[in-house]
Design a protein around this ligand. Structure first.
Ligand code: ADP
Length: 307
């Protein structure tokens, strides 16, 4: 399975350029689309889910047997093999999870009762909702609702699964439970996770892209991108009044408050000064160095910065 996105651009009627010439190759397995709010993630996710059209560009789902779906032209064909969990997942509050999932299963084509019951039970167990299946959805927590959304998305064995910002608003325990569930979906479908949370991608995704202001800034394997930064990230704790001077003299990737002082991460090929100590980089350093648009980061790892 392979999703090929080529030259997709979108400008909304109000003039916002939400997607600028987006080209991505997304293989089977979990793929992370990481970017801040307003970056264009939902615009891209809605495009892939056939809910809106780009101004230009093509999207093709290539199957292992050689057949292809032209996502933008063959909408019905794509929808039959699409599982989509939008940012806001509306449910009927007075209906139980079991009844609503059964209803969606009918729509999905499971008309035979026995087969349908088996599918519904399997999904409710997989999403850990079996014990609360009789409860009304209105009483579910945010995390339970998101897991129910995944159960709906997985109905019918989709080949393309899109989850848009699924962990925003979940408490830490629910977030872990939800990510574990996603990690079990398997390798036979293309799963795209859009998020502004770096750890979501770090924990789950073998490949990723970083998007900002509609543009893909980096497409890479997280571990490779981290490797490329190794030996080039340094840190130092500074007092607040020293920060402007440090920012003037160094390529600051990120600043973080630490016990009332400021921890600064700097990108440099060599130790920038005695006060700095080396840092083992993580995906957050990758993300912030790309977002900061440092020429140094580009020069250091040109193969990782495609555009
Ligand atoms: P993200 O999901 O990364 O937060 P979006 O795709 O929702 O980003 O938004 C990208 C940009 O497009 C933002 O500036 C947003 O305000 C704008 N936008 C999104 N949807 C619409 C719309 N229907 N009409 C006009 N502007 C929109």
């Amino acid at each position: 399975m392979h999703l090929a996105i080529r030259g997709v651009s979108k400008t909304y009627p109000n003039g916002v350029r939400a997607l600028r010439d987006v080209t991505l190759d997304i293989p089977s397995g979990m793929y992370g689309l990481l970017g801040p709010n307003g970056a264009g993630k939902s615009s891209l996710m809605r495009t892939l889910a056939t809910l809106q059209e780009p101004d230009v560009g093509t999207v093709t789902l290539e199957r292992p047997d050689g057949t292809r779906i032209d996502v933008l032209r063959e909408k019905d064909r794509l929808r039959r093999t699409l599982g989509y969990l939008p940012q806001e997942f509306g449910v009927y509050p007075s209906v139980s999870a079991e009844r609503l999932l059964d209803h969606f299963a009918v729509l999905e084509g499971f008309t035979e009762k026995g087969a349908r019951r088996r599918v519904v039970e399997a999904l409710l167990r997989q999403t850990n909702l079996w014990d609360v299946r009789k409860e009304r959805l209105g009483g579910y927590s945010g995390g339970m609702r998101q897991r129910f959304g995944i159960a709906v998305a997985l109905l019918g064995g989709p080949e393309l699964i899109i989850v848009d910002e699924p962990t925003a608003g979940l408490d830490p325990a629910e977030r872990v439970r939800f990510l574990n569930l996603l990690s079990e979906i398997g390798e036979n479908s293309v799963v795209i996770l859009s998020t502004h949370i770096v750890e979501d991608v770090a924990e789950l995704c073998r490949r990723m892209a970083i998007i900002d202001r509609g543009q893909i800034l980096l497409e890479a394997e997280p571990l490779e991108a981290i490797d490329a930064l190794r030996g080039r990230v340094w840190r130092r704790v500074v007092a607040k009044h020293e920060l402007p001077e440090v920012e003037r003299r160094h390529r600051v990737i990120a600043t973080k408050l630490l016990a009332g002082r400021t921890l600064v991460h700097v990108h440099a090929d060599e130790r920038p000064g005695d006060e700095f100590e080396p840092v083992e980089p993580d995906l957050e350093d990758v993300y912030f160095s790309v977002m900061a648009g440092h020429e140094g980061a580009r020069a250091a790892a040109p193969e990782l910065v495609a555009r």
